[in-house]
Every structure is written in C-alpha cells, then in structure tokens.
Design a protein around this ligand. Sequence first.
Ligand code: NDP
Length: 348
Amino acid sequence: MKAIVFEQHGECDVLKYRDTPQPVAGPNDVVIGVRASACNFNDIWARRGLPGMKIILPHISGSDVAGVVVETGSEVKNVKVGDEVVVHCGLACRQCAYCTRGEEFFCPDFKIWGFQTGPLDGGHGQFCKVPAVNTLPKPANLSFEEAATIPLVLVTVWRMLVTRARLQAGDFVLVWGGAGGLGVMAIQVAKLFNARAIAVASADDKLELCSKLGAEFVLHRKKHDIFQEVRKITDGRRADIVFEHTGADTWPISMQCLKWGGTIVTCGATSGFDAHMDIRLLWNKQQNYLGSHLGNKGELIDAMRFVERGLIKPVVGQTLPLKELGRAQELMENGTVAGKIAIVPPTA
Ligand code: NDP
C-alpha cells in the first residue's frame, strides 16, 4: 500500500510517499481501508521529534481516519467488513484499574495511535489497523473527509471543557486559536452549553469563521490588547474559563484574563512549554489550573451524538491528497488554514 513514512526526524522533506506492507488484523483488530485521514499537530511533533518521548521509526503518523472495514480479526464481534467507521486514537489495555474506571490515559500501556505507536502504525496510508474496540460508526450525515477531521480534536475539547472545566451556561470562555483544530470545536461546544465564547485568532477571515461557529466575541491577537478587551467584554469580571493549548506565549495573558475562582484548562503548548506562573494566584484568587489529555471513548461517544444531530459540525479548511501531507503540515505550522486539513489517499 502507499503511505507517508519517515525514518528520521526533521523538516517536511523527511516525509516519503512510498510502498509499505498492508497491515494484517490480529485477533482483536480491524483493518480499515482509509478514505480520509486528518492532520493533527501530533503529526508535526512526531516528525520534529520531542525531548523525552521515543517516536518509533520508521513511522507512519495519523491519529484520525474515516474509512471502511476490510478485514476483522477472529475475536471481533462489534464491527464487520463493510462498516463505515472512524477511530478513537487512545489505545489502552482496557483491563487495569484505570481503564475500568474510564481513565484509560493513566493506563501504563496508554498510547496515542499514530503518534506513539509503530513501526509503521498510523493513519496516513491506504490501509490501517486498530483494535476493533477503538472504532465508532462514521456519522451518516458526514462525508469521509469531514468525519476524519472530528474525533481527536472533539474528544480533547469535550474532556477539557465538559469533564475537566465543568462548563456552565453563561460562562465566558476565552478560546485561543479559535479557528484552529481544537478552537473550532471549543467554540461549538461552548455554544452548545449556552456559554459565551470569546475567540482569539490572527486573521480577519479566521475571526469571521469563529463568529459563524457561534463565538459571541472575536479578538484579533495582533491588533487587540486581549486582556483589556476581555475585561471590557466581561464588565471587569474576566473569563470563567480559559481554553489553553498555545503555551508560553499566551500563558501570562491567560492568567491575567482569568477571573477569581476561574479555571484555566490546557492540553498543549504550541509556542513553548516553559511558562512562568505566580503561584500566589492559586490561593489568593483560588484559581484552578487543570491539565487535560485526549479523552476516553465514552467522552467521544457522548460528543459524537451532537455531531450526528448536526449541532457540532466539522470544519474542513482544505483537502489534500496523501502525497501532499508535507505541504499540509507546513500549512498547519504556518497557521495558514482555518479549521482542519483532510488528507485523501489514492483509491486502493
Ligand atoms: P492548530 O494548528 O489547528 O491550531 C492552533 C491555533 O493556535 C492556530 O490556529 C493559531 O491561531 C494558534 N496559535 C499558534 N501559535 C500561537 C501563539 N504563539 N499565540 C497565540 N495563538 C497561537 O492546532 P490544534 O488546535 O489541533 O492543536 C493545538 C495544540 O494542542 C497543539 O500543540 C497540539 O499538539 C495540542 N493538542 C493536544 C492534545 C492533547 O490531548 N493533549 C490533543 C490535540 C491537540 P491564530 O494564529 O489564528 O491565533
């Protein structure tokens, strides 16, 4: 099969479009004929290489796919050949105390498929293999390209805002990167809960998209003083929740923008990991600083119900052929595309 493979870390030129062996299902696995995959930032982290994390080489990235089941293992009962599916990318043993409590990300065997798996075990190819338990039905109202762009970002946002930050109606939610992969979902989830999203982005067309998705206020991070604007919007009270993933560059502003007793929830640090914090805020202002990582399959199932009803929509900013995955990653690194980038492999 054709796939995008890298054998060393580096810039996009390490990504090679080449033939690789087609995966074969183990007893509990399914093989999926990939109709579309999606670019996520973890593709970029894996390609660049991350301190303290071993990326298994040769590597096929890709943690989101939508496709058709073409083979099932001997023990598989929940899916059959011909089913149209999407993938939940959290792999865990599903037997330990953490997994059985729905906390699969604390499982000693926890891995993000297409990021920490390998060699050659991810979604950016014509076929991929995952445990059958990690599949969900593709929402019938979405194309394969649309469906592929949803699971990873949606489950992450759902866990951040709903499970961790306990989003409430009326909350002011400051959303950094409002037109990015996570941001487009965060705005829609905020709207779903009747919360009031204040979306930040760096271009007018992105701000327009944020408004269309339901952001009540939009701020241009290169033109506005974000802190002063948030104060004005909230009548001096500041945001109830700050939705963080942008890291060192935005962290000090996120802290300024947070109300007394408010919650910053973060899952990433695109601009750098090393952020300063005045810990007096923790006790004086009784603020909550929460970490969040992916989400469990139950959270994805909960969130997908709103996708099936059209209340949370995919935002596909661009669709590119598999061969051009490198270009897609460059577009993502430069922040050129609003929403997600879908990747389409050649028909097998
Ligand atoms: P995208 O690239 O789709 O969007 C990120 C957005 O962040 C951009 O649109 C950009 O918006 C904004 N941004 C980038 N740099 C800065 C900066 N210096 N200051 C302010 N805004 C900035 O990425 P995703 O939304 O998919 O992911 C975002 C981060 O979250 C990544 O680091 C990713 O690895 C992490 N992540 C973590 C997960 C987890 O489970 N732990 C799951 C998913 C993602 P603009 O320029 O318009 O302001």
